[in-house]
Design a protein around this ligand. Structure first.
Ligand code: BEZ
Length: 253
C-alpha cells in the first residue's frame, strides 16, 4: 500500500465503495459459525466485522498502522494486527482467507501466495477479489503519458493486475487450486462530481506522483482529467475503469 500512510478519513468519506462492493465477496465466502478466518488487507475492518457477525472468528491484518488503528477503534472486540502480506504467519491455521481490494498493491506476489498457502488448513479456501489485467488502464495510461510528456520520465505504477491464467498458475505452484475465477469490468462511480478523479488519484495514485513538485503534479492531474474525460466522465460523475478478478481457490489436501 502507498507508504502505509493512508488518510483513513478520506478513505472512509469518499471511498466507501471499497467495502460496499466487498459485501458480495463476503456472501461468496459464506462464513460459517466457528470458522477461523483471516481478512488479508482488512483496511478499516468493515468486512471483518461482517464476517464476525456470521459467527466466525476473524483476524484482520493490514500493513498500514493507520488502518489498523481505525479498525480497532471501530470494532474493539475484534482482533486486528499490523502485518505485511508478504511476510505473515500464524501458529494456528485458518479455514479460510478472505481478501478484498488488497492483493493488487503488491507487485511481487510470490511471497504473499506462499504465506497464504502456509496459513491455510489443507482443504481451506481463499476467496479474493482484486484488480485484474487491464484494471484502471485508461487512468493509468493517461497519468503515465502525462508524466512522460511533462517530466520526461515513464513511471511504473507498482500495482499488480494479473490475468486469471497468471494468478491461477501462481496459486497452483503453491499447492492451491483455483476452482472458479472471473475477470469482469466494474466501472465505479467516484464521489464528489468534478473532483472525483483527483480525489481518487490523491488517495490511491500517490506512488505515481511521489517524485513530482506540487505545480507539476497539478499540471499532470489537469492533463489526466482532459485525456480521460471523454471516456470516464458521464452525467456529472467520474467512473474509474475498474476490472476485477474474483476467485475461489482451495488448498490441496
Ligand atoms: C483497485 O481497487 O482496483 C485499485 C485501487 C487503487 C489503485 C489501483 C487499483
Amino acid at each position: 500500500m502507498p507508504d502505509n500512510t493512508w488518510d483513513t478519513d478520506l478513505y472512509e468519506q469518499k471511498h466507501a465503495f471499497v467495502s460496499e462492493f466487498g459485501k458480495g465477496l463476503v456472501a461468496l465466502l459464506d462464513p460459517q459459525a466457528g470458522e477461523r478466518i483471516l481478512d488479508l488487507g482488512c483496511g478499516t475492518g468493515h468486512l471483518a466485522s461482517e464476517i464476525a457477525e456470521r459467527g466466525a472468528h476473524v483476524v484482520g491484518i493490514d500493513s498500514s498502522p493507520a488502518m489498523i488503528e481505525a479498525a480497532r477503534e471501530a470494532y474493539p472486540n475484534l482482533a486486528f494486527q499490523v502485518m505485511d502480506a508478504q511476510n505473515f504467519s500464524f501458529t494456528e491455521p485458518f479455514d479460510a482467507i478472505f481478501s478484498n481490494a488488497a492483493l493488487h498493491w503488491i507487485n511481487e506476489p510470490e511471497n504473499v501466495v506462499q504465506c497464504i498457502a502456509t496459513a491455510l488448513k489443507p482443504g481451506g479456501r481463499l476467496v479474493a477479489e482484486f484488480g485484474g489485467k487491464g484494471n484502471v488502464t485508461t487512468i493509468l495510461t493517461a497519468a503515465q503519458e502525462a508524466i512522460e510528456e511533462i517530466e520526461g520520465d515513464w513511471v511504473e505504477s507498482g500495482w499488480y493486475f494479473p490475468s486469471i491464467g497468471e494468478y491461477a498458475s501462481l496459486l497452483e505452484k503453491n499447492g492451491i487450486e483455483a476452482r472458479s475465477a472471473l475477470l469482469y469490468d466494474r466501472p465505479t462511480r467516484l464521489e464528489d462530481g468534478e473532483q472525483g478523479l483527483r480525489n481518487w488519484l490523491r488517495m490511491f495514485g500517490e506512488r505515481l506522483f511521489e517524485d513530482l513538485d506540487d505545480d507539476i503534479k497539478e499540471r499532470v492531474l489537469e492533463q489526466v482529467e482532459e485525456r480521460t474525460h471523454p471516456k470516464l466522465f458521464k452525467d456529472g460523475y467520474w467512473f474509474a475503469d475498474y476490472r476485477r478478478i474474483r476467485l475461489v481457490a482451495h488448498k490441496i489436501g
